[in-house]
Design a protein around this ligand. Sequence first.
Ligand code: APR
Length: 320
Amino acid sequence: MARPKIALIGAGQIGGTLAHLAAIKELGDIILFDIAEGTPQGKALDIAQSGPSEGFDAVMKGANSYADIAGADVCIVTAGVPRKPGMSRDDLLGINLKVMKAVGEGIKQHAPNAFVICITNPLDAMVWALREFSGLPHEKVVGMAGVLDSARFRHFLSLEFDVSMRDVTAFVLGGHGDTMVPLTRYSTVAGIPLPDLITMGWTTQEKLDAIVQRTRDGGAEIVGLLKTGSAYYAPATSAIEMAESYLKDQKRLLPCAAWVDGAFGLKGMYVGVPTVIGAKGIERIVDIKLNPTEQVMFDKSVEAVKGLVEACKGIDPTLA
Ligand code: APR
């Protein structure tokens, strides 16, 4: 059977890391696409030359033409600009919306059967716009945010409890921004919910609140340290986890920015919710019950995402 084809639209920091991870995991043959001439070709050659040591078999190619993504099974989109210190993800809206238009049209023409994972920020609005421009089915277009935000939460929790990150599960829902909703009630250490761990004296409410806030600011903390761009190792790893679940029909339960129409009382919008990813794309939205406090936070996040989508419609009238 032919290897799956994975098209990485954007060959910058995240795109290059995605290519390396996809190759090491032997998920398929890889096309690195970018508008910058030489960048995708150079990265493709460099990564291909790690193959002999790593021992993977994957065709690795750089491209500046959308024709090269033809027939891709998975497209992971990072094209656009990342933030600089002091910028919010929302500040990227105008410039990255134009990029989504070009990318959406390229995918529509050359890879209409792909499972598309958007990483470009501001995530919830960009994945919505990408779906609109590409015209692909909603269940085949999804945004990567919740896996990353949950991974950040899990990392901070494992430090607090001095236990393996593998035994910490966590859920972060809502938009990928300051209003994201880390759900402490649904987060556990080996099945023990965080509120119980407070009762057991493992942590305090104050410490947990600080970890929740650090999770919300997780991206900005890295931007502040790097100064020249935003995070890329963990974002790439998170998107690869989603791509793998699709390609191998793993049916992983992962929080993603998915099209929600009915669940959570929402009428047709992209926002971070628990999903099941399998061979059909987003196969299920897991409609968990929120308590009143969580609902207030989720509603606030939903309103923030709606505001960004309205801003997109204001910039590009074809989206209205
Ligand atoms: N088509 C294709 N590629 C493009 C386009 C376009 N219209 N416009 C820009 N690019 C490319 C750039 O040439 C660059 O190589 O997108 C790449 C982006 O890479 P980086 O600047 O290194 O950014 P990265 O850190 O990979 O982040 C990409 O993901 O997390 C988000 O906020 C982040 O929106 C940003 C995106």
